[in-house]
Design a protein around this ligand. Structure first.
Ligand code: NAD
Length: 500
């Protein structure tokens, strides 16, 4: 059985004291590797490697740092099929979706390649007589990234390309459920010319995470995962004096107005609810239909579309399926439990994915597309993040009710409105308390040069991922005020200095 270790100082390092966790191929339901759950000592070794590399890397000119990332991007492009296959094997998503994930990650690398421009400070001449002022955006130091299973390439790439471009060194703790893609990226960074210790991967669980949250050399912690863990990471890192951004879970609403084209709405919902088996933080899990007529039209079309959706392994089929399996047997049981719960809570189960069997893959962690109608806000299937292919339809009377629904929900990651009315769209985007809004766009994931992040309990910390916030998060601002007097005429001033 393959054993996945760690990547420290540009070398694969195994830890004799590590516990092991199984890594599965979700389409087969079979173990394919063991991953090390590293000891505290190995995690400390990764942090120390990053700390030792900091001085040299932070002093490397930004253009030279950017060139390593240009090379890294070219290497990822060259190896993208192999990387996508690795994602499919350990995550389960279909091959074209894995390719899409790589592309979205690479867009952040492209953004980071422009760091000589993005990290320029500002300069003001003559803020007072003979006095100039300028700011510098200096690296923060050693940074840690802790990432979830659902985007094993894209989410780490939200973090480390910008961190490295800004002159920081990095320790990545990927999900223990699919650790191989991170190791693959580490090798490509080394091949691109990244010096020893600048980027390290430590595989593990809470033991490793707690070292990263408490080690004095770590200055900044970037986290993406579920809300309870995001909250723990944010509060612990903050208590330990580290800067932290921690993105959490979601329950994203798509509002269908009566004037929206029902076919467009249904196509949007199919992809957004069932793509990647619903295991996306931007997946739509609630369709809010305004008016019974709208709801009836959409539910009947969704029923047909969901029943004809193709489910199967993400690779190796003549025709690619629309969605693959869930990440694990445990998660499959949890999702099935939510469907049972929806039935017992009184929602109308219109399409039932519980009994799906994929021929030749009977042990895979598949759940078929599931559709509930008449879901209400007191139900657990409405309030909790299911993270599976389960779409709930909630019926409301008007736009105000739809806005209230989204605003009252604990989460506020993404949302969308489908309408032909500019006024309704404008009202929705202005009033809704959600971080990312789509207007006739079901999954409004911002491009790399904008920022990604939710509101409410979907994100903790003031700075979002990538874009200008990414550069701010991975740099510290310093402002210098300077004067070069011709002679020693400076006298002591006891009042607050002002420019005359
Ligand atoms: P998770 O919270 O279980 O794990 C995320 C990371 O935290 C992993 O690296 C894991 O090893 C670590 N971790 C888990 N338990 C821990 C603990 N007790 N102490 C310290 N570290 C711990 O999340 P997951 O199941 O891997 O990912 C799915 C979740 O991530 C969903 O809730 C999804 O919405 C969320 N997500 C959010 C975004 C976003 O941008 N907001 C993006 C992707 C995923």
């Amino acid at each position: 059985m393959e054993r996945i270790g760690n990547f420290i100082n540009n070398a694969v390092v195994f830890d004799d004291n590590a516990r092991l966790a199984p890594v599965f191929n979700p389409a087969e339901g079979a173990q394919i590797a063991d991953v090390e759950l590293s000891s505290e000592a190995t995690t400390v070794a990764a942090v120390e490697a990053a700390a030792n590399a900091l001085e040299g890397w932070s002093a490397t000119p930004a253009v030279v740092r950017a060139r390593v990332l240009f090379k890294f991007k070219a290497l990822v492009e060259e190896n993208r099929n192999e990387l996508a296959e690795l994602i499919v094997r350990q995550h389960g998503k279909v091959f074209s979706d894995a390719q899409g994930e790589i592309t979205r990650g690479l867009e952040v690398v492209e953004f980071a390649c422009g760091i000589p421009h993005a990290q320029k400070g500002e300069h003001s001449l003559n803020v007072g007589r003979g006095v100039d002022s300028h700011s510098m955006m200096q690296p923060v130091g050693v940074c840690a990234g802790i990432t979830p299973f659902n985007f094993p390439v894209m989410v780490p790439m939200w973090m480390f390309p910008i961190a490295l471009a800004c002159g920081n060194t990095f320790v990545l703790k990927p999900s223990e459920k699919n650790p191989a893609p991170a190791m693959f990226l580490a090798n490509l960074l080394q091949e691109a010319g990244l010096p020893e210790g600048v980027f390290n991967v430590v595989n593990g669980d809470k033991t490793s995470v707690d070292v990263l949250l408490s080690h004095p050399a770590i200055e900044a912690v970037s986290f993406v995962g579920s809300t309870p863990i995001a909250e723990y990471i944010y509060s612990t890192a903050s208590q330990n004096g580290k800067r932290c951004q921690a993105l959490g879970g979601a329950k994203n609403h798509l509002v269908a107005m009566p004037d929206a084209d029902p076919d467009q709405v249904v196509n949007a919902l199919m992809g957004a609810a069932y793509g990647s088996a619903g295991e996306r933080c931007m997946a739509i899990s609630v369709a809010v239909c305004v008016g019974d007529e709208t709801a009836d039209k959409i539910v009947s079309r969704l029923t047909d579309a969901a029943k004809s959706l193709k489910v199967g392994p993400g690779i190796g089929q003549e025709v690619e399926p629309d969605m693959g399996p869930l990440i694990s047997g445990v998660h499959r049981e949890k999702v099935l439990g939510y469907i049972d719960q929806g039935v017992s809570e009184g929602a109308t189960l219109v399409v039932d994915g519980r009994d799906l069997k994929v021929a030749g893959h009977e042990n895979g962690y598949f759940v078929g597309p599931t559709l509930f109608d008449n879901v209400t806000t007191d139900m657990r299937i409405y309030n909790e993040e299911i993270f599976g292919p389960v779409l709930s339809v909630v019926r409301v009377n008007n736009l105000e009710e739809a806005i209230r629904l989204a605003n009252d929900h604990e989460f506020g990651n993404g949302t969308a409105i489908f309408t032909q009315s500019g006024r309704a769209a404008r009202q929705y985007q202005e009033k809704v308390k959600v971080g990312m809004v789509g207007v006739n766009v079901p999954i409004p994931v911002p491009m790399a040069f904008h920022c990604f992040g939710g509101w409410k309990r979907s994100a903790f910390g003031p700075l979002n991922m990538h874009g200008p916030d990414g550069v701010r998060f991975f740099t510290r601002m310093k402002t210098v005020t300077s004067r070069w007097p011709e002679s020693s005429q400076m006298q002591a001033e006891f009042s607050m200095p002002t420019m005359k």
